[in-house]
Design a protein around this ligand. Structure first.
Ligand code: C6P
Length: 420
C-alpha cells in the first residue's frame, strides 16, 4: 500500500500521492546496512526535498552576498531573497506583519531570546512563569535561568498518565501573578497535542503573555498565530523540511517594539558612537550580525514545497500513519506506549519490558530503520513514567504504511533476539 485514501471531509476522500512525494527526497533511496532506509526519526529532524537543496545551491551559485549592506547587485539580490523568505514565513503562520518574523538559529534560540529580552527585564519576585511537565529542555532551562536571574517563581502544570495536561490544575494555577505561560503545542516525547486555544484564552484572561513552542507542530498541522492569539511562537526550520541553523521567532509587534535587543553587533543598529547606540527597527533589532541567509532561503523553499502539498492533507496522511502504527505496536507483546492522549500528532514513544531502548534502536538500525531512543531532551517526562528512556518512531509526509509494517517486523526481530 504505497498510497492510500485519506479522509479530508466527511464525504470527500483524496489520494495522498506519497509514492510521488518520496521521489522529491533523494536520501530516502539510501541503503543502510544493505537494507532500504526506513526513516522514522522525523521529530529529531526531517529530510530535505530537492526543492530545498536546489534553492540552497542556486543561492550560493547565483546570489551569494551579504544582506542589508551592499549597493551592488548581488547584495541586492541576496537581500531581496532573504526578505522574500521572511514574507513567506509570515504568510505561512498567518502573522500580520513581516516585521514580526525574526530569523534566529532554532526554536532553542527563539525561546532564549524571549526569556532574556522579554522576561528578564520585566519579571521579579512575586511574578510567576507557568510551564508544563511535558516541555522540552529548551522550554524549561531558559525559564530556570530567568527564575534565578529575577527571583520570579517557575511553576509546572502536571500531566496525567495518558500524557494529557491536567487542565483543571492549570486553571487553578493560572492567576494574576502569572506573567508568562510557555507551552509546547505538541510534546516531542509523548506526541500529545495540547488544547492551545483554551490555554491561551485562559492565560490571557489573567493578563499573561503566551509563548508557544511550535517545534513539533508546524510541519504537521496548519498554524495561524493570529487565530491562536499567542504572543510568541517559536519553531525550527530543520523539522519543517528546511535546513538546520535557521529558526523563527514570531512575536507580536507591540511586544517586540518594547523589548531591548539581546545581542549587539552589526545590522541591529541605526547609529553608533562610543557614547550611545541607537537601535534599528524590528525585526532587525533582534538580528545582530550576518544572518543565515541561505538557511532563510532554504526554509522559504521548504514552506513553498509544503504549501504545494496542502497541510490539511499532510495532516490527514500523518494521522493515518499514526493510527496504523498505534494499532500495530499495541499488538506487540510486552510493548507499552508512552503517551496515549486522545489528540496526538505524528509520533509514538514506547518501551519494551526487559529491552533497553538503546538496544531497540541499535538493532533496528541494522535493519535500516532509523528511530530515536533516549530521553528526547524531556527528562521530566521520563521521570513521570519512571523510565530512563523511550524508543520513538516519528512520522513525516513521505512515510508509508509499508514502513510501519517494516517497523513492526523489525521490533519482532528485536524481541526474538532478546529471547535467545
Ligand atoms: N526536539 C527531538 O528529537 P532545536 O534543537 O532548537 O531545533 O529544537 C528544540 C526543541 C524544542 N521544542 C521541542 C518540542 C522539540 O522537540 C525540540 C527538538 C528534537 O525531539 C531534538 S531533542
Amino acid at each position: 500500500m504505497s498510497s492510500f485514501m485519506v479522509k479530508r471531509e466527511e464525504n470527500e476522500s483524496v489520494q495522498f500521492p506519497v509514492t510521488q512525494i518520496r521521489k522529491d527526497f533523494p536520501i530516502l533511496d539510501t541503503e543502510i546496512h544493505g537494507r532500504k532506509l526506513v526513516y522514522l526519526d522525523n521529530a529529531a529532524t526531517t529530510q530535505k526535498p530537492v526543492a530545498v537543496l536546489n534553492a540552497l545551491a542556486w543561492y550560493y551559485q547565483h546570489d551569494n552576498a551579504n544582506v542589508h549592506r551592499g549597493v551592488h547587485t548581488l547584495s541586492e539580490q541576496a537581500t531581496r531573497a532573504f526578505e522574500a523568505a521572511r514574507e513567506t514565513v509570515r504568510h505561512f503562520i498567518g502573522a500580520g506583519h513581516a516585521q514580526e518574523i525574526i530569523f534566529v538559529r532554532s526554536t532553542t534560540e527563539a525561546i532564549n531570546l524571549v526569556a532574556q529580552s522579554f522576561a528578564r527585564p520585566r519579571l521579579g519576585p512575586g511574578d510567576e512563569i507557568l510551564i508544563t511537565e511535558m516541555e522540552h529542555h529548551s522550554n524549561i532551562v531558559p525559564w530556570q535561568m530567568i527564575r534565578d536571574q529575577t527571583g520570579a517563581t517557575l511553576r509546572v502544570v502536571p500531566i496525567n498518565n495518558k500524557g494529557e495536561l491536567l487542565m483543571d490544575v492549570f486553571e487553578q494555577m493560572v492567576s494574576s501573578r502569572t506573567r508568562l505561560v510557555a507551552i509546547t503545542q505538541v510534546s516531542n516525547a509523548l506526541g500529545t497535542l495540547n488544547p492551545l486555544r483554551e490555554i491561551i484564552h485562559k492565560a490571557k484572561s489573567h493578563g499573561a503573555t503566551v509563548l508557544v513552542d511550535g517545534a513539533q507542530a508546524v510541519a504537521h498541522l496548519p498554524v495561524n498565530v493570529r487565530d491562536l492569539d499567542c504572543d510568541f511562537y517559536a519553531f525550527s526550520g530543520h523539522k519543517l523540511y528546511g535546513p538546520t541553523g535557521i529558526g523563527i521567532l514570531y512575536g507580536r509587534a507591540d511586544l517586540l517594539e518594547s523589548m531591548p535587543p539581546w545581542q549587539g553587533g552589526g545590522d541591529m543598529i541605526r547609529s553608533v558612537t562610543f557614547e550611545h547606540t541607537e537601535y534599528n527597527d524590528i525585526p532587525y533589532k533582534f538580528e545582530a550580525g550576518t544572518p543565515d541567509i541561505a538557511g532563510a532561503i532554504g526554509l522559504a523553499a521548504a514552506i513553498h514545497y509544503l504549501e504545494s502539498l496542502n497541510l490539511v492533507q499532510v495532516h490527514a496522511h500523518e494521522q493515518a500513519l499514526l493510527s496504523y502504527a498505534t494499532e500495530k505496536l499495541s499488538g506487540l507483546p510486552n510493548l507499552r506506549i508512552i503517551g496515549e492522549a486522545p489528540r496526538k500528532s505524528s509520533l509514538i514513544s514506547f518501551v519494551v519490558d526487559g529491552i533497553h531502548p538503546h538496544d531497540i534502536g541499535t538493532i533496528l538500525d541494522t535493519q535500516g530503520i532509523a528511530i530515536r531512543t533516549g530521553h528526547h531532551c524531556a527528562m521530566p517526562i521520563m521521570n513521570h513514567y519512571g523510565v530512563a528512556a523511550t524508543a520513538r518512531a516519528s512520522f513525516a509526509l513521505y512515510n508509508t504504511m509499508e514502513e510501519i509494517d517494516v517497523l513492526e517486523s523489525g521490533l519482532l526481530e528485536v524481541m526474538k533476539w532478546f529471547k535467545k
